[in-house]
Design a binder for this molecule. Structure first.
Ligand SMILES: C[S@@+](CC[C@H](N)C(=O)[O-])C[C@H]1O[C@@H](n2cnc3c(N)ncnc32)[C@H](O)[C@@H]1O
Length: 261
């Protein structure tokens, strides 16, 4: 199976902000810091990082997807302290350059995350930090339980990911990967994204799974992980259930931090 066989959906990515979607990092940013954001996509979070470190800081966003970088460059144009570069997380060219090297929701799409974590550790200065936010997809949950058609699709999505060697418990495995990369003081912080009916973000955050169905659903079905699923039906039943029944969605996430000795 190959790594670049899906493209992230721009709708959710474009809505993200540093403050809401990379919360632990906010408390670590200071004016003047240099930060590398690996898997920056369209730069929605990266622009927030550039604002937080200010004109004396420097921010580089890296992504392997040129179309995402085009969006990012347009988005970040007015920030002189921000640039975007095409690159692969596993072969980052930077050495001891950044105060903070971060990645949010990137490693669960990489079949060899140990290489990426090592490359991130090498990119950070001595004394600098690596800050990684990721999912434990197997622990995501909904209350009450979703329609059985969506449950089957979600299990098939996990199976499709496993077949690509994409880790469905990425966040749980990060501390060991970071220690193996030579980082010290490794700490895992609970960062679950919980949204409840009535919260202002409820419609947008629950539409993540519509976007997953739209962006990778056909690959999941054609790959034979749920061959009998009719995606339009799964999508409609999920949408109706969100409108009428869903009360709480929990995305199981952790921010794991470590320091270069
Ligand atoms: C789910 S998006 C997350 C974007 C952003 N960090 C966020 O939290 O909204 C994952 C991004 O990682 C990028 N990506 C995946 N594998 C990569 C790799 N090996 N090297 C660089 N970027 C990668 C994808 O192109 C995509 O833009």
């Amino acid at each position: 199976m190959h790594a670049q066989s899906h493209r992230s959906d721009g709708r959710t990515l474009g809505r993200r902000t540093l403050e809401q979607d990379h919360r632990h990092l906010v408390g670590l940013l200071r004016p003047g810091l240099s930060v590398l954001d690996v898997g920056c996509a369209g730069g929605a979070i990266t622009v927030g990082i550039a604002k937080a470190v200010g004109p004396d800081g420097l921010v580089v966003g890296v992504d392997r997807d040129p179309s995402q970088l085009e969006t990012a460059r347009a988005h970040g144009m007015e920030h002189a302290n921000l640039r975007f570069e095409l690159g692969d997380a596993g072969s980052l060219p930077y050495r001891s350059q950044f105060d903070i090297v971060t990645a949010a929701r990137t490693l669960p799409w990489i079949p060899d995350p140990e290489q990426a974590v090592s490359a991130m550790a090498r990119a950070a200065k001595p004394g600098g930090s690596v800050v990684i936010l990721d999912y434990n997809h197997e622990d995501n949950g909904w209350a009450p339980a979703p329609p059985v058609e969506f449950q089957r699709f979600y299990q098939a999505f996990l199976d499709w990911r496993t077949a690509h060697s994409w880790d469905n418990r990425m966040a749980a495995h990060l501390p060991a990967l970071m220690e193996a990369a030579g980082l010290v003081e490794v700490q895992s912080h609970i960062q679950d994204e919980v949204v409840e009916r009535g919260d202002p973000g409820f419609p947008a955050r629950t539409s993540l799974w519509i976007e997953v169905i739209d962006s990778v659903g056909a690959q999941v079905v054609q790959g034979g992980y749920c061959p009998d699923a009719d995606l339009q039906t799964v999508r409609r039943l999920y949408e109706e259930w969100v409108l009428t029944e869903l009360t709480r969605q929990t995305l199981a996430m952790r921010t794991v931090t470590g320091r270069v000795p």
